[in-house]
Design a binder for this molecule. Structure first.
Ligand code: PHE
Ligand code: ZN
Length: 880
């Protein structure tokens, strides 16, 4: 559709559907060029709808091949079509009637990967958010819930596997080498959860018995020859099923749970009822092919999609504005699952890292929107870090505010009250209000208001009366379209540390304090503590108890004290990270807030942590990963010169490397790598090992160069191989060795698409003009393609998002090249084009000549004809 006419959809205009559909019976004959879909739907007129009201069904790029009402062929005069709808005018007067629609599709030509498409020859579907309307005309909205029966037929040789939602039914042979299979899903569901698959796939099977004794067959379907690579995913699935029973009382509700992994997929994975479809990146793994980080992602995403069975499928969303209702809650659930399976503190550090690098910039820039947006043009643009990650933080805050028992009572009530329904955020909040006897009306503002609240903290110590006072003030900066902000409740988990570093039992009469949480509901909250002998050191926002920016003029000494002694491990990490960020920002702006002594103290503290064997290795690895260039640039906020940021960062890396010296090298050699990739202790050691290596290489520690090379050559796992390779390419300064290793890696994995993506990503991060040149060369590499979303993302994403010295080199030529790719991609797959474009949303922090070049590149994109609504909506925001 022409972009200039794209309508704005608004939450306030929601109206219930005039008709609903209760039953869907589909007959699908799969063929690459000509798939025939015959759908019979039982349509029910809703109370209050006059019989004269037409039935308006959604459609997108469909070709209508036949229409029947109650089995009678419809008269041409009885209906009309536009590119986006089918309108049926004269309908039977009975409250319910059948509509049968036949459409013909060419899945092989579907490059948008929405609706029915082919991925490496496998037929598969993606219907969230509005893909079902690309299969048949339908009331394609989440508040229309129907029971589906699907009969699939296809050529048996090329499509031996035929799957759809629900439980398997009849199956059998047909003439001409074809066969069929019937699937029946007894649970009413919205059309976005519909899925079907046909293809030649291998399977890894297992079984699970639920708490109440239901037997479930588990199957993971993958490309032929790769079933063994699904073993970790299967293990993660079974652990997720147990966890959801224990933690939420949620049991699985069908006879089978199927997962299909495909190589062309727009997102991570999709929770279709009983038939999850996954990007194969989040299924396939073994120690030789996947890094430890890949394993952790697989675990989290398998859990996430499985958990959607209750939070998303059994209880779904009334409309797409409520997306956070299923996504925020489900992310919170998968985060807690990972925290229980792994190290809770490390998981929290990684979640917050992601929130700060992905969501905070969204809230601070032109794409800012509330967790529950109030308007959109293209819903696919709202699968954002704000809806997902900040949405999860809101659920986490509810749990913090009411406590774990009341939280569980609230979710129990939610499942009991809304099972089988399409709900709204208010329904969800009401369950916690009723279960906990609290008022969440002020809390509801968190869902309406964009922007990251700031919390400014001041302290007062009255030595005479031994009173210690904290003054906390909140304010949320304006965001596009939301100038003035309301106050929100902010839970600040805290501790007061005594001079020996241990926590003091806080004594206060303040009503804002509940156990170890201060709840800020007003603009200013003052809390006075008594009975202290000396001035305590406050540790605030422990565990990152709220998604806010904390401004506390803490001394560097106090930060280091907390880094060493805080009983909250998350805050120990935060103290170091915050120190590093301020130091780097100060350096890069020629500031003078840090003395040479402050700098040395930081380097010493970091090295001490890195070398302290009493702390878990994965935590130490996180402490060592300094804020990246973009984090520093955003923290500075304006007129940033990427080259200067880079210089400051390299200088700090060198100082740390020199301080680590031989001890760092000895530690590296001592950290053994157990080739068992799913051994958590071993993976922690590997993480530490490869976080040390860059420091040793940049500072030229003797032996580091050789060690890097031998680690690469003798690597027993992909984590070793990638850890060594990336350190060599980015930090050794040895171009000959870098090229040799890159080539060796390429030769070994040339035919493995997933691994090859990491080869592209690694090079997309090569800095400066050399990185720009390399990027340009890689765009022409025979293995680079915009047709596969993973491949497109692997090169374009990191280059534009996280490599500012290359992106902005040569007058920001990277921006021009990037824009060209986005425009080409827009014609194939607008959803991916728009999503990739969002990664440059912080461009305005850079100094004028280079950020102006980005504006120019964006204007070029805006002028493209035709331009998808997806990209138009993002470009317009980025330019506004
Ligand atoms: N609902 C999916 C998830 O978060 C994400 C998704 C959205 C996948 C749209 C495909 C299309 O689990
Ligand atoms: Zn999800």
């Amino acid at each position: 559709m022409r972009t200039t006419t794209a309508p704005v959809i608004r939450l306030k205009n929601y109206t219930p559907p005039a008709y609903t559909i209760t039953h869907v019976d589909m007959d699908v004959s799969l063929a690459a060029e000509d798939t025939v879909v015959t759908t019979t739907m039982k349509v029910v007129r809703q109370a209050g709808t006059p019989t004269s009201a037409p039935l308006v069904l959604d459609g997108d790029e469909l070709s209508l091949d036949g229409l029947w009402i109650n089995g009678d062929k419809a008269d041409d005069a009885n209906y009309s079509t536009t590119p986006v709808e089918l309108k049926i005018h004269r309908l039977p007067e009975t409250a319910a009637f059948d509509v049968t629609i036949r459409t013909r599709l060419a899945p092989v030509k579907n490059t948008k990967l929405m609706g029915l498409y082919q991925s490496s020859g496998v037929f598969c579907t993606q219907c969230e958010a509005e893909g079902f309307r690309r299969i048949t005309y339908f009331l394609d909205r989440p508040d229309v819930l129907a029971v589906y029966k699907v009969r699939l037929e296809a050529d048996k040789a090329t499509c031996p596997i035929l799957l759809a939602n629900g439980n398997p039914g009849e199956a059998g042979e047909l003439p001409d080498g074809r066969h069929f299979a019937v699937w029946h899903d007894p649970h009413p569901k919205p059309s976005y959860l519909f899925a079907m698959v046909g293809g030649d796939l291998d399977v890894l099977s297992d079984t699970f018995t639920t708490a109440s004794g239901r037997h479930v067959d588990l199957n993971i379907y993958v490309e032929t020859g790769k079933a063994a690579q699904a073993a970790y995913a299967m293990d993660a699935l079974k652990r997720s099923m147990v966890w959801d029973e224990l933690e939420y009382g949620c049991e699985y509700d069908l006879e089978v749970f199927n997962i299909v992994a495909v190589s062309d997929f727009n997102m991570g994975a999709m929770e279709n009822k009983g038939l999850n479809v996954f990007n194969d990146k989040y299924v396939l793994a073994d120690a030789d092919l996947a890094t430890d980080a890949d394993f952790a992602n697989i675990e989290a995403i398998i859990a996430h999609e499985y958990f959607h069975n209750w939070t998303g499928n059994r209880i779904t969303c009334r409309d797409w504005f409520q997306l956070c209702l299923k996504e925020g809650l489900t992310v919170y659930r998968d985060q807690e699952f990972s925290a229980d399976q792994r190290s809770r503190a490390v998981q929290r550090i990684q979640q917050v890292r992601w929130l700060k690098s992905g969501q905070f910039p969204e809230d601070a820039g032109p794409l800012a929107h509330p967790v529950r947006p109030s308007a959109y043009k293209e819903i696919n643009n709202f699968y954002t870090a704000t809806v997902y990650q900040k949405g999860a933080e809101l659920v986490r805050m509810i749990a913090t505010l009411i406590g774990p028992e009341a939280y569980r009572a609230g979710t129990d009530l939610y499942f009991e009250r809304h099972d089988g329904e399409a709900a709204v955020v208010e329904d969800f909040l009401k369950c916690f209000e009723d279960a906990a006897g609290v008022d969440l009306s002020q809390f509801a503002r968190w869902y309406e208001q964009a922007g990251t609240p700031n919390v400014d903290v001041e302290e007062e110590w009255d030595a005479g009366s031994c009173k210690y006072t904290l003054v906390l003030r909140q304010h949320t900066p304006p965001t596009p379209g939301q100038q003035s902000k309301k106050l929100v409740p902010i839970p600040v988990r805290f501790g007061l540390m005594g001079s020996d570093g241990s926590d003091i039992e806080p004594r206060t009469r303040s009503s804002a304090v509940k156990d170890d949480v201060i709840v800020l509901t007003r603009r200013e909250t003052k809390v006075t503590f008594t009975g202290l002998k000396t001035k305590p050191t406050p540790s605030l926002l422990r565990g990152f108890s709220a998604p806010v920016k904390l401004n506390f003029a803490e001394t560097q000494a106090s930060r280091l004290f907390r880094a060493e002694h805080d009983s909250d491990l998350f805050n120990r990490w935060e103290a170091l990270d915050g120190y590093g960020l301020s130091l780097l920002s100060d350096d890069a702006t020629g500031g003078s807030s840090f003395t040479e002594k402050d700098r040395e103290a930081f380097v010493l503290a970091l090295c001490k942590t890195a070398l302290d064997d009493s702390i878990e290795p994965q935590f130490r690895a996180n402490a060592l990963s300094l804020p990246n260039e973009m984090a520093v640039a955003r923290n500075i906020g304006k007129n940033v010169d990427p080259a200067i940021v880079q210089q400051s960062r390299s200088a700090l890396l060198k100082s740390i490397g020199r301080q680590l010296g031989k001890r760092g090298l000895d530690l590296m050699t001592k950290l053994d790598t157990d080739p068992n990739a799913d051994d958590l202790a071993a993976s922690g050691e590997r993480a530490l090992k490869y976080s040390l290596l860059p420091f040793l290489l940049v500072s030229g520690v003797e032996g580091a160069h050789n060690l890097a090379q031998s680690q690469f050559v003798q690597a027993k796992t992909m984590t070793d191989r990638m850890g060594a390779l990336s350190a060599i390419v980015h930090f050794s300064g040895d171009e000959v060795m870098s090229e040799q290793c890159l080539e060796a890696f390429y030769d070994r994995y040339e035919d493995n698409d997933l691994v090859l993506n990491t080869w592209f990503t690694l090079q997309a991060m090569v800095p400066n003009a050399a990185g720009l040149e390399r990027f340009e060369r890689l765009l022409d590499h025979p293995k680079f393609s915009l047709n596969n979303p993973n491949r497109a993302r692997s090169l374009l994403g990191p280059f534009a998002a996280n490599n500012p010295t290359a992106f902005y080199a040569n007058g920001a030529k990277g921006a021009t090249l990037f824009a060209q790719q986005i425009m080409t991609l827009d014609d194939k797959n607008p959803q991916i084009a728009a999503r990739l474009l969002t990664v440059i949303s912080s461009y305005r922090v850079f100094k004028a000549p280079i950020s102006d070049a980005v504006t120019e590149a964006l204007r070029t994109i805006r002028a493209k004809e035709p331009l998808s609504i997806d990209v138009q909506e993002i470009v317009d925001s980025l330019l506004s």
